[in-house]
Design a protein around this ligand. Sequence first.
Ligand code: TYD
Ligand code: MG
Length: 502
Amino acid sequence: MSSSALSLVAVPRSAFVCSNCAHESPRWHGRCPGCGEWNTLVEERAARGRAGGGPSSARDGGRPLRPVALSEVEAPAVERLSTGIAELDRVLGGGLVPGSLVLLGGAPGIGKSTITASALGHLAAAGRRTLYVTAEESTPQVRLRAQRLGEDALRVPIVADTDLEAVVATIEAEAPEVCVVDSVQTLHTEGLSGSPGTVGQVREVAGRLARVAKHRDVATVLVGHVTKEGSLAGPRVLEHLVDCVLQFEGERERAYRTVRALKNRFGSTNEVGVFEMGGSGLVEVVDASARFVSEATRAPGSVVLCAMEGSRPLLVEVQALVAPSELVPPRRVASGVDRNRLSLVLAVLARHGGAGLGSSDVFVSAAGGVRVEEPGADLAIAVALASAARGTPLRAGGGGAVAPTSAGGGAASADDRPLAAFGEIGLTGELRYVAHPERRIAEAAKFGLEPVLSPEGPARTLRQALGVALGAGGGRSARAAAYTHGGRGPGAARAEPASRPP
Ligand code: TYD
Ligand code: MG
């Protein structure tokens, strides 16, 4: 086909789109007018339809539509497709929705191809029509991986090609119920200039696959690589196109990987699935709390955080290290916890907790490669830091002063159980309520980590909480008072510890 002849008839409109902020401009600029980044504009085909660009109206021939009451809209019960991986199903909101488009993002080597191949294997074994499109690896490479994953994964039909037109034609011909495209950045279309992986290409690839997914009712999983900055390549340009954005996280060197939904039209975005990479693929970590608690070191600077991952409580060990610094400014290293929250906690500790760490290097990490970024982690970070600074271990029950109420470790083991904590810290040093306190406390109780240091207890300020966690003065009754005890115990007076913590 002669494209130049075509261009005389219907002038092909192209637009220049910023790969950073998705700003659209009819002309190329060296610097994006939207976000000011340099060299980020790339050419792409302009949106089709509505040639004039304006909204259609009755005057220019549009037919008015008849609105219907939402209650009259038919909502067919969709049967979800189970991926056979319970943790993944839960994050998806109960399995894949037929005809939906899911973007699975993650750093190279995190396990995207592994999890999608094993999900397709389970679906194929359950009698679903599946298709694996690899544009990144050769078919023998994919076979080698599938061998490690087991029998099921070997059933999945596979094609290897990087040409979008060929892939779309294959999907239409094969009409699978579930299709994986690995990856969206390696497919390309001839219709656009630009190499594979550029924003224009990625957007076009995803757009075409989205249309096929909807028309042919193919649940499609697009695998996408994440850029260094942590955003999906072609940032933001894909998110509105797809129904669900899943982010695969964790560090390659660490055991645990998590999958969380950043966007989900068919479920909650709070759910997190925890996995572990093993010899034969990703293994679900069903009772993640048990793992993390049993691994807790109980050394100074270690505390168990009662976090919430969506609707599920999760106990995570938070560790802190405080060391004399030779640097100005000293180091603040956060891994798995929010850096900004760490800064805030450090500031409040210095101002209201009597623990200034201005001349020390500070390291805080959530053990196991888990990421906890909720404000509910503040108190755990604070007590871990104070404990590390002082070299005093934190113990549940404050040395047996408080007998646990429910089953779990008895008084004899009280000295050996790590301290569990949660709660947000306000700028004035007060402890603040966080969501689902009862579920967090119940999860800790399951492991005998009672009582829990939290805003639910009588301690109202960080200073009071530190007083009891570190046993700095206050004595046993005050120590008991600041803990949460399921219900409030007899010693629930608001006692301000007599002496200042370090
Ligand atoms: P992969 O799924 O290819 O990652 P991605 O598609 O996200 O780039 O695999 C990730 C890593 O996991 C790879 O380095 C090899 C390792 N791995 C295992 O340790 N065990 C296994 O059973 C498999 C299949 C992979
Ligand atoms: Mg891969």
